[in-house]
Unconditional design. Structure first.
Length: 383
């Protein structure tokens, strides 16, 4: 796995930037709000816990000024209109949104699959109105996944709509950061609501990563923390520490959220955070595609992506940056710049067809016919 490092100097680019965030009253979210504020960002965050959220807002607002600001709004992320209102608050005050971070989540509800409670009587139980018993985990999945899909849709609309009088961004690369979990990239026995939802967050990031940069100029990344010293760790903390297992602080995870938010080189990563260190798990998945899918299957899969019209792109080089042409557009001439992306991330070269070499990049085929830096185009990362 490729290790990712937090850069304090890179993070300084967040000074004056406008950040909208769900979650933020405590734990990882609270640490992220505090770090962003210390960097001079204008942070607009919503959380269900009104008391703790107001306290975060008051404490940071009265702290030594960093040039940033903090605004809190009580928020139920299941309420689409309430999410829009949070973005509206930031947009109306600053004329833009630069970074969107989805951090709101809740833990696993207990008992739904427990053998002592799962029987024919319990699954047939109806309420007083004659309807089937509601799925007890629905709210958890709505909070941990459905609301995140809505959040991303809303975020992209606001992030593409700068007001004319908004502060210029220069070469700052806008981004979405989604907080998933180790339970979103590995098996998690017994987490029947939490793990499917967090896997869904990774799927959402993968859907965004080839799409959002091309259509909106917005990067997308995910964070997958392992054991972190928050209230969710609960009763296992003591044994975890006794066994000397890696343990993140909320501040550790916050640093990687910020790095993904600010670093132009990062798009489509799923950063596994363990013991304060971060590793991109997607790099290994992409690099080993022919091994786990099979070489012939992987070639056919790429061809299928092309048949479906999914982002068949050619690239040229201009001013040290990659310019892409989307050959699936009706006029075959739609171009899009990816600011700061100077090389093409290629996991493996898979096919040679019609004298054109294709390489797998997330969900894109890249036509490597450009004579400029062909070796780097085959072997490099997006940096």
């Amino acid at each position: 796995m490729a290790e990712i490092h937090y850069s304090q100097s890179t993070a300084q680019a967040l000074k004056g930037k406008v950040v909208v965030m769900t979650g933020g009253s405590q734990g990882i979210g609270g640490a992220t709000v505090a770090l962003l504020h210390s960097l001079g960002s204008h942070v607009y965050f919503g959380d269900w816990d009104d008391t703790k959220g107001r306290k975060v807002e008051q404490d940071l607002s009265s702290a030594t000024s960093s040039g940033g600001s903090v605004y809190f709004q009580k928020l139920d992320v299941r309420d689409y209109n309430a999410q829009v209102a949070l973005f509206d608050e930031a947009y109306n005050r600053h004329g833009k949104v630069d970074v969107a971070i989805s951090c709101a989540a809740i833990g696993e509800p207990g008992g739904w699959f427990e053998p002592e409670d799962l029987n024919l009587e319990s699954v047939r139980r109806t309420d007083t109105e004659g309807e089937k018993e509601p799925v007890p985990v629905k709210d958890h999945i709505d909070i941990n996944l459905t609301s995140v899909v809505a959040f991303c849709r809303i975020a992209l609309a606001y992030m593409k709509s700068n007001k004319p009088d908004a502060q210029p961004n220069g070469d700052f690369s806008k981004s979405i950061v989604l907080v998933s979990s180790i339970a979103g990239i590995t098996e998690a026995p017994g987490l029947f609501a939490y793990s499917p939802a967090k896997h869904g967050v990774i799927g959402l990031m993968r859907a965004l990563r080839p799409w959002a940069p091309l259509k909106y100029g917005v990067r997308a990344n995910a964070i997958c923390p392992w054991a972190t010293d928050t209230q969710i760790l609960g009763g296992v903390r003591k044994k975890w520490v006794e066994e000397k297992m890696p343990l993140n602080t909320p501040e550790d995870v916050a640093r990687f959220i910020v790095q993904c938010a600010v670093d132009k080189a990062l798009n489509g990563t799923a950063v596994f955070v363990s013991g304060g260190r971060g590793f991109d798990t997607e790099e290994g998945i992409n690099r080993t595609l022919p091994q786990w899918m099979g070489e012939q299957n992987s070639v056919e899969f790429l061809r299928g992506q092309e048949v479906l019209g999914l982002a068949v792109l050619s690239h040229t080089w201009h001013d040290g940056e990659a310019t892409f042409q989307d050959f699936t557009s009706p006029d075959r001439a739609a171009t899009c710049r990816l600011p700061g992306f100077r090389k093409i991330q290629v996991a493996c070269e898979l096919a040679l067809r019609d004298d054109v070499r294709y390489a797998w990049v997330d969900t894109c085929c890249i036509d490597k016919t450009s004579s400029a830096e062909p070796t780097e185009a085959i072997q490099g990362y997006i940096v």
